[in-house]
Design a protein around this ligand. Structure first.
Ligand code: UGA
Length: 433
């Protein structure tokens, strides 16, 4: 099939590459000329394992191309997918202006009697119907628009794997022909497909992210209690996760969830509920717990040093999770903001996110590409992202390199027993110090 994908961000690019790989003819559109030119040269704007190779391969076999010319991309495709960003507005709701722009462009350039327009972007319930309306009210000849809500569930860092091996594909549509065409599109993937109405598909996306965020805040609260009653959160997570009704995933206690999705989508769902006069108390609590979790880490550190004024600190990890260079809504940024406000001198380490961090943090911190250099002569280390490099870094080295070895581990990268044997100050989440 001939597919046009609007937006070459995480979702759009990964989807485009994956659909080309399974045999479709894909053209990815972006307004950013420079980005399009780099993509044509095979350079991915995102860090994602496996993407570079498939980007080059599928361009060479002419199944994948890139364009910043909307008159070309929207004229006669079989399917148009909208995968542009829906950033958070100040009130927490989703900003749909990029989606709106795509709808306007489609109505201007579409040149077929009917078209399937698929929304992949995370959009509030009701948006797909608006997209259809936005296109139909502008189009100047009779064209039938079949709208399909087809949310994605891919994780940064394993986005290609998730696209090829997802747990389910959700197709929300009212038109049987369009739904069948979508099924054909994905048939080489062999992933279970669930058909729903449009609103349910839109809600599945928000409810999935909200549920996962709830699991994280829940386990973080349990961890906070474990610390006080002498229980061990890792044993507790394992013990509850073995119940198949609960499941073992997303029960890793830590400094809280970040990234471009959970914080934004949880707030948007609270907002959406509010719009229909329903107060989503549970999700509000999930968000509050998450906002508070990095502050608890700072509180732990203050127990040892009193104040951060002029204290030499290292923060290990800037990305919101390992295997990505994405620092959006990263817990590291919250920790850094407080440390800097309180007058600490901060060194930071991250294996790949430094370039992105520089754009936000500028010269307020000192950047290091090795853990050794970042922690040398510091008084406190905060572990914020559980990078493999951090987990494999010997605990003994903190003793040898730091001025006073106080390690505040927000991701439980080390064993409490090991730290105790080394006689160092080590504090983690949900475990005895
Ligand atoms: C998330 C979802 O997992 C995807 O299914 C979804 O498609 C995506 O959002 C999206 O809406 O586009 P992602 O943001 O890439 O994917 O990251 P996750 O791997 O889900 O991690 C999110 C945050 O939760 C990270 O900060 C991570 O450190 C934290 N986390 C995760 C925990 O603190 N504990 C856990 O047990 C799991």
């Amino acid at each position: 099939m001939r597919i046009t994908i609007a937006g070459t961000g995480y979702v759009g690019l990964v989807t485009g590459v994956a659909l080309a790989e399974i045999g479709h003819e894909v053209i990815c559109y972006d307004i950013d000329d420079e980005k399009v030119n780099r993509l044509k040269e095979g350079i991915s704007p995102i860090y994602e394992p496996g993407i570079d190779q498939l980007l080059v391969k599928n361009q060479l076999n002419n199944r994948l191309s890139f364009s910043s010319d909307c008159s070309e991309v929207y004229s006669t495709p079989d399917i148009i997918m909208i995968a542009v960003g829906t950033p958070e507005k100040e009130d927490g709701s989703a900003n749909l202006s990029y989606v709106y722009q795509v709808a306007k462009d489609i109505s201007k350039y579409l040149n077929t009697q009917q078209a399937i327009v698929v929304t992949k972007s995370t959009v509030p319930v009701g948006t797909n119907r608006k997209v259809k309306q936005w296109i139909e009210e502008e189009i100047d000849f009779h064209s039938k628009i079949h709208i399909v809500s087809n949310p994605e569930f891919l994780r940064e860092g394993s986005a290609l794997y998730d696209t090829f091996h997802g747990d389910r594909i959700v197709i929300g549509s009212e038109d049987e022909e369009a739904a069948t065409k979508m099924e054909e599109l994905y048939s080489p993937l062999n992933i279970p497909i669930i058909h729903t109405d449009i609103e349910s598909a839109e809600m599945i996306k928000y409810a999935s992210n909200a549920f996962l965020a709830t699991k994280i805040s829940f386990i973080n609260e349990i961890a906070n209690i474990c610390e006080k009653v002498g229980a061990n959160i890792e044993d507790v997570s394992k013990g509850i996760g073995m119940d198949q009704r609960i499941g073992s995933k997303f029960l890793q206690a830590g400094i809280g969830y970040g990234g471009s999705c959970f914080p934004k989508d949880t707030k948007a769902l609270v907002q959406l509920a509010g719009d229909v006069k329903h107060r989503f108390h549970l999700l509000e609590a999930v968000i509050n717990v998450n906002n508070n979790q990095p502050l608890l880490l700072l509180k732990k550190a203050r127990n040892y040093v009193g104040s951060f004024k002029d204290v030499k600190v290292a923060v290990l990890g800037l990305a919101f999770k390992p295997n990505t260079d994405d620092i959006r809504e990263s817990a590291a940024l919250v920790v850094l903001k407080h440390l800097l406000n309180e007058g600490a001198q901060v060194n930071v380490y991250d294996p790949i996110a430094i370039a992105n961090a520089r754009k936000v943090l500028g010269n307020t911190v000192t950047y290091y590409e090795t853990i050794e250099a970042a922690i040398k002569d510091t008084e406190i280390v905060f572990i914020v992202t559980e990078w493999k490099q951090v987990k494999e870094f010997p605990l003994r080295n903190y003793l040898d390199l730091m001025k006073t070895p106080i390690v505040i581990d927000g991701r439980n990268c080390y064993e409490v027993k090991e730290a105790a044997a080394l006689n160092m100050t080590y504090s983690s989440i949900g475990r005895e110090s």
